[in-house]
Design a protein around this ligand. Structure first.
Ligand code: FSO
Ligand code: SF4
Length: 549
């Protein structure tokens, strides 16, 4: 059958080559093509704003449109064709305005197709070969360009969360636009593109630091918290995704309504922020990582609010159809989309709350508690204890097992790896990867839990801060001299920016699994192996022998 789409941006891509008929994620070919068009249009808008920025004339609205467009094309974020079409139209229209503005200000724009290209809505699907990933015929250049694009998508997601809390950084916008400009350019060498990859990685560190500052300044530093896994007897809303501002407003609006709020997936770390603990209806966490949602949503009984990915399109007969709400860059056909907040106002979650009131309370499927809240501030408060444990040999190694979870059977590796680790090792985690082992009874070392969960995938930044503090404490010159093994599980493009951020900080010998990205060509893999010692994973026994013993 002819390829109707081409997408290889995530770890579950078909055959570890590319989705060509329909996405393994559930993305329809038409949706994939619209995303390609949105990316092409956005690259044009970014190029124009980049040129305006050189003259100090960059447009704020363009920056925000670019963030939203990039975020919307991330794996499992937006499946809604109508929403994507509206975004394409908006980007084209804004690009036109900026082109006119550039002309008025005497800013010359290059002959780059992305800048001058424009089509009407009825033709969005007519240019799939021109705007798709395979339009770049050189495999290595394509690979480097997509590595940049995927890093930039992940970065945009984090920057958008920071923006929602009114934190911004022009230097990050500059890199986002410069990177998209580079991807559209035809005369950059592989070396120049490689340099851009690392530049995006450095911006990734800045982006995660910005979000960390936004989150901790607004909501306090995460602290050790026992998160309740059971349920209460009230109707409830399940909030998923990563956006803490949405959670704040939902909690505010549910006060006194008799409706409880539970976190799901990547929202779990919110339970550790002091700010959210004041809400009596904030009950705890329901369920596991994103891909278990079909079962978990069907027993939750109440409405589900997606603030970001990872959405799994429900089956037509799912009993929670009609109960899904999206907001921000997330979207799903058939779901109700909660409009953006107007300046100075909150988003309006009244429809979600009204629906919850009509629903039975959640059905319990587990009990107990989970310990979370080991972001940098909390861990550094325990620094003396941790350093002593290392000096006395009670802790021999730290294993960074951050990243994502996913559906592939081969990910059982991560549970088995965590179980097989010797008792004198500590796992540092962040992101939804942790659900593979965070409910295992792995115990503690002199009161230090053997799984230290820093939070969401963006809180991998905390792991960097912790590593740098340990380097100082032990008087080492290089972070690679620490007794740390990196065994990172990736799934989508936020994990790509976390990886690039680590590389830009000089972290070597990262193991990436369960498979290496399909978008890395053999030559690009070689460059990563030679310069950074990147490698894959093997069996638990082999990896234990080679990395830990
Ligand atoms: Fe997971 Fe999904 Fe946070 Fe990702 S829920 S996979 S890397 O969106 O963003 O860790
Ligand atoms: Fe395939 Fe992943 Fe792209 Fe979905 S996001 S179409 S699963 S490569």
């Amino acid at each position: 059958m002819d390829a109707q789409m081409f997408c290889f941006q995530c770890q579950e891509t078909a055959g570890n080559k590319g989705c060509t008929i329909k996405g393994v994620c559930g993305k329809e070919p038409q949706t994939a093509q619209l995303m390609d068009m949105l990316m092409y249009a956005t690259r044009g808008l970014a190029a124009v704003n980049y040129k305006l920025r050189e003259k100090g004339l960059a447009c704020k609205d363009a920056e925000h449109l670019i963030l939203d467009a990039l975020f919307s094309t991330i794996t499992n974020a937006n499946f809604d064709d109508n929403a994507l079409k509206a975004k394409i139209a908006k980007v084209f229209a804004h690009k036109d305005e900026l082109i006119a503005y550039a002309k008025e200000k005497g800013v010359s724009l290059p002959e780059m197709d992305e800048i001058w290209f424009k089509v009407e809505a009825h033709d969005y699907l007519s240019y799939k070969d021109k705007v798709g990933v395979l339009s770049e015929s050189n495999e290595d250049i394509r690979s480097l360009k997509q590595l940049i694009v995927y890093g930039v998508k992940g970065l945009a997601a984090y920057v958008e969360h920071a923006l929602n809390l009114n934190y911004e950084d022009d230097e990050i916008y500059l890199v986002l636009e410069e990177a998209l400009y580079a991807v559209s350019s035809h005369n950059l060498s592989a070396d120049e593109l490689t340099a851009m990859v690392l530049k995006v990685g450095s911006a990734g560190v800045k982006g995660m630091a910005l979000l960390d500052k936004a989150n901790t300044t607004t909501y306090g530093n995460p602290e050790i918290t026992k998160v309740n896994l059971g349920v209460r007897n009230n109707p409830a809303i399940l909030i998923s995704g990563h956006d803490l501002k949405d959670l704040e407003e939902l909690l505010e609006q549910t006060q006194g309504t008799g409706v409880d709020v539970y976190t799901h997936g990547e929202m779990l770390p919110a339970n550790s922020y002091p700010f959210f603990k004041k809400y009596p209806n904030f009950v705890g966490n329901y369920g596991g990582s994103w891909w278990h949602q079909k079962e978990e949503f069907s027993t939750f009984n109440g409405p589900i609010l997606f603030t970001t990915n990872c959405i799994v399109p429900p089956k037509a007969d799912a009993n929670y159809i009609g109960k899904i709400f999206t907001t921000g860059s997330a979207g799903l056909p058939g779901a109700i989309h909660i409009a953006p907040r107007e300046k100075g106002k909150q988003k309006d979650f009244s429809q979600v709350i009204a629906m919850a009131k009509q629903c039975p309370p959640p059905t319990e499927f587990e009990k107990g508690e989970l310990v979370a809240g080991f972001a940098h501030h909390q861990v550094l408060q325990l620094a003396d204890k941790v350093i002593d444990a290392v000096k006395q040999g009670a802790i021999k190694k730290f294993v960074v097992m951050a990243g994502c979870d996913g559906r592939m059977k081969s990910r059982a590796y991560y549970t088995e790896f965590a179980e097989a680790l010797p008792k004198d090792t500590v796992i540092l985690t962040a992101g939804c990867a942790k659900y593979r082992y965070n409910k295992l009874p792995l115990g503690d070392i002199g009161g230090i839990p053997r799984v230290l969960d820093a939070g969401q995938c963006n809180d991998s930044y905390s792991l960097v801060v912790i590593a740098l503090a340990l380097k100082e404490a032990f008087g080492l010159e290089d972070v690679n001299q620490l007794p740390i093994v990196y065994n990172i599980a990736w799934y989508e493009q936020k994990a790509v920016i976390v990886l690039l951020a680590l590389l830009s900080l000089g972290v070597k010998n990262i193991h990436l699994g369960p498979t290496l990205p399909a978008f890395l060509s053999p030559n690009v893999v070689n460059v990563l192996v030679q310069n950074f010692g990147i490698g894959g994973i093997s069996t638990v026994e082999e990896d234990m022998k080679n990395w830990i013993a």
